[in-house]
Ligand binder design. Structure first.
Ligand code: PMP
Ligand code: GLN
Length: 383
């Protein structure tokens, strides 16, 4: 393994899921739902396979899906993108993140990330030979937020990109317009490109709405926005994602993407095009159901003795382990299957400043109610 990738080992999601499989513990670690997506979407995939759509689709993506993505950005956010040239279909958001970073950051360039950050950001920045500059999100009144002065201080003459994930995995913050405005200001002032990971764009709660950074003044022209079908349609195994960006950015990302995978799975692209067009009412039901699951898990974890940060979006809650007498989340996560028969993800692995994340475990609530109930019953044994 090349030197710059040596520190990455196995992802925490694979480690924790195999721990759950090995021990038979309830897996509230890796974020994937245990119920399926909309029937109409599933049917479309089967139909597309049967209809023989099983050969390479066009490199930028099936035209129908590119049109559906452009319409979604227009109808939901008022953002206009040309489906021919400003939309690129990828193999999940993961490939979009990889291709965007590899296309836009080179050796020695600096990339600002908000920590804790999704694990693939750090790996892809390293693969690009670039350097990450973390800005820490800290819990404040129950919500994790950043200090705009710290953001400004993280910018240097070598900064090229700012990576923004909202709704945020793993802390569940949905950035406010004011927070996004402080990011936009930094991007405009220093002529930076923003890469936005919006995979949880529909999964927000309590009336909080996701605002795309590209919709702020002067940002459409400098933002590469990423989303995917996995979370929106409960189909994380399908791996259909996309970017929307100005044509020059799309060309840059596509130059890299074509040599990573060339194209992504044809029948699933068809099915996702259908879902983006026809299944948004189903997604509204998912959002309502997830909000109730969030509340169920928060109440259960509080009863078990954790201090819990109620997220504004995503699949995840942050539970502070200190009230139960623990201090190191990684150590506790590794012992949790044996202690309580439950698997969680230690938040500290997503930080450069691991000490800031050490007291937190991330628990996923995208699970059937009886699974959540059983998990919190088991966790009550930690007291
Ligand atoms: N970004 C974030 C913040 C995620 O949580 C995930 C996956 N859960 C991804 C990207 C990857 O998305 P995909 O499965 O579409 O590759
Ligand atoms: N995004 C999912 C999570 O945060 C996991 C995806 C993965 O396994 N890479 O749990």
């Amino acid at each position: 393994l090349v030197e710059r990738m040596r520190s990455f080992g196995t992802t925490i999601f694979a480690e924790m899921t195999s721990l759950a499989v090995r021990t038979g513990a309830i897996n509230l670690g890796q974020g994937f739902p245990d119920q399926g997506g909309p029937d109409g979407m599933l049917e479309r995939a089967v139909e597309a396979i049967r209809a023989g759509e099983n050969q390479y689709p066009p490199g930028p993506g099936v035209p129908e899906l590119r049109r559906a993505v452009a319409e979604q950005r227009r109808d939901r956010y008022g953002l206009a993108y040309d489906p021919d040239g400003e939309v690129l279909v990828t193999v999940g958001a993961t490939e979009a993140i990889a291709a965007a970073i590899l296309a836009l950051a080179g050796p020695g360039d600096e990339v600002v990330v908000f920590e804790p950050y999704y694990d693939s950001y750090a790996a892809m920045i390293a693969l690009a030979g670039a350097v990450r500059r973390p800005v820490t999100l800290r819990p404040e009144g129950g919500r994790f937020a950043f200090d705009p002065d710290e953001l400004r201080a993280a910018i240097t003459p070598r900064t090229r990109l700012v990576l923004v994930n909202s709704p945020h995995n793993p802390v569940g913050t949905v950035f406010t317009r004011a927070e996004l405005e402080s990011i936009a200001e930094v991007c405009r002032d220093h002529d930076l490109t923003a890469v936005t990971d919006e995979v949880y764009e529909y999964l927000t709660f309590d009336g909080v709405e996701h605002v795309p950074l590209a919709s702020l003044e002067g940002m459409r022209e400098r933002t590469v926005a990423i989303s995917s079908a996995g979370k929106t349609f409960s189909a994380t195994g399908w791996k259909v994602g996309w970017i929307t960006a100005p044509a020059a950015h799309v060309r840059a990302v596509q130059t890299v993407k074509q040599f990573l995978t060339y194209t992504s799975s044809a029948p699933y692209q068809r099915a996702v095009a259908h879902a983006l067009t026809e299944e948004l009412p189903w997604v509204e039901g998912l959002r309502t159901s997830l909000q109730a699951k969030r509340d169920r898990l928060v109440a259960g974890l509080e009863a078990a003795g954790f201090t819990v940060h109620r997220p504004q979006g995503t699949y995840f809650v942050q539970a502070d382990i200190r009230p139960l007498g623990f201090a190191d989340g990684l150590e506790l996560a590794r012992a949790l299957p044996e202690k309580a028969g439950v698997v969680a993800v230690p938040t500290q692995v997503f930080y450069d400043h691991a000490e800031a994340g050490a007291p937190f475990l991330r628990f996923a609530f995208c699970k059937r109610d009886p699974v959540i109930d059983e998990a919190v019953d088991r966790l009550a044994a930690l007291r």
